[in-house]
Design a protein around this ligand. Structure first.
Ligand SMILES: [Zn+2]
Length: 351
């Protein structure tokens, strides 16, 4: 969002440019975290991600962050800061109501984001919607998109209530207009659920599947789809499923990432959103399937927040890194373990 903090950060940045010279003037691939380091004032630190780029670079860069929310999914997308963009940013899922909500809240606070223009919920399981139900009361948003599921859980019910008349149902073939540019350099297309027929009894297979594209760079966001939906996607889209970055479906479960799907996607980067513990995910055999097609596997439990910076023809990734990947306190601090208690939908092991 364009808030005062970013103006202050920019002013400080401009001042520092004189001191540090070209260090700040690098191309969009310059790691943002590094360039933010010399800045110590709170306002600049609060908006370091944006301050780390020159205005020209920010105008040309799409930023996609897979947040480390433990077991669950939460993806934050900041669109290029071009005048023709209709929106600034959007969220896909929000992790669970414990660790997920905390990670999302902290992330937005650190960036100084008080609004998120669009919110997408892939499906209604608590490890995707719990964080949104907790955080959205504090964050302004314009549109809420979901599959149309009527999943019977209290958390999802609360979220639907929060969304109110901002809620819109998406189906295969829908597109979200993100810019006013006729060429649609930045596009967001819905690949699933299918536009015809009833939703599946398996909530995972109702997940919104989104293809976010910027020039040559594609991000395939899959929620928790399983083999059945993957097969439908392969049949419907074939090689058009190819994407530079894929969010590995269902936290790396072996009920997903079937070989035909992984082969069709041919990703450079396969991102797993996981705490590395729950349900013993991700499965090693699944990770191997991606590696066999040439993908580099990144995972939030080991890499922390994972951020991709894309221009129309380049892609860089930076990971936050973790000093202690299997910190003992983490499990007890994680809300996911208790989160099932507020669910009435009987999700069991289906998250
Ligand atoms: Zn899940």
């Amino acid at each position: 969002m364009r808030i005062k903090a970013s103006i202050a950060a920019l002013a400080i940045l401009l001042g520092l440019l004189g001191t540090f010279g070209l260090a700040f003037g690098q191309a969009p691939s310059a790691p943002q975290a590094d360039s933010a380091e010399p800045i110590s004032t709170p306002s600049a630190a609060a908006d370091s991600s944006e301050a780390g780029q020159t205005p020209e670079a920010a105008e040309a860069t799409l930023e996609v962050t897979f947040l480390d929310v433990g077991h669950g999914d939460c993806i934050y997308v900041h669109l290029p800061k071009r005048p023709d963009m209709l929106y600034d940013d959007f969220l896909v899922d929000g992790g669970d109501s414990g660790r997920g909500a905390k990670a999302l809240r902290d992330f937005l606070k650190e960036r100084g984001e008080e609004e998120v223009d669009l919110v997408f919920l892939t499906h209604a399981h608590s490890d995707h919607c719990g964080g949104l139900a907790k955080v959205l009361p504090e964050v302004k948003f314009d549109h809420f998109y979901y599959s149309g599921t009527d999943y019977p859980s209290r958390t999802f019910g609360k979220l639907k209530e929060l969304a109110g008349d901002k809620a819109e149902v998406l189906k295969r073939g829908d597109t979200i207009d993100l810019d006013s540019d006729e060429e649609d350099k930045v596009s967001l297309r819905v690949l699933s659920p299918p536009s015809e027929g009833a939703l599946s009894k398996e909530e995972n297979d109702n997940s919104l599947v989104l293809m976010l594209s910027f020039g040559e760079e594609d991000f395939l966001l899959t929620g928790d789809i399983e083999e059945k939906t993957e097969a439908q996607l392969v049949e419907e889209y074939g090689e058009k499923l190819e994407a530079e970055v894929v969010k590995v479906p269902h936290h790396g479960s072996d009920t997903s990432s079937s070989e035909p799907f992984v082969a069709a996607v041919r990703a450079k980067y396969a991102v797993v959103s996981t705490d590395g513990k729950r349900y013993h995910l991700p499965k090693e055999a699944v990770l191997e399937r991606y590696r066999d097609t040439g993908a580099e596997v990144l995972r939030t439990d080991e890499d922390g927040n994972i951020t991709f910076l894309a221009t129309e023809d380049s892609l860089t990734v930076k990971v936050e890194g973790k000093e202690e990947p299997s910190e003992a306190g983490e499990a007890s601090a994680a809300g996911s373990e208790t989160d099932g208690a507020d669910e009435e939908g009987g999700e069991g092991g289906k998250e």
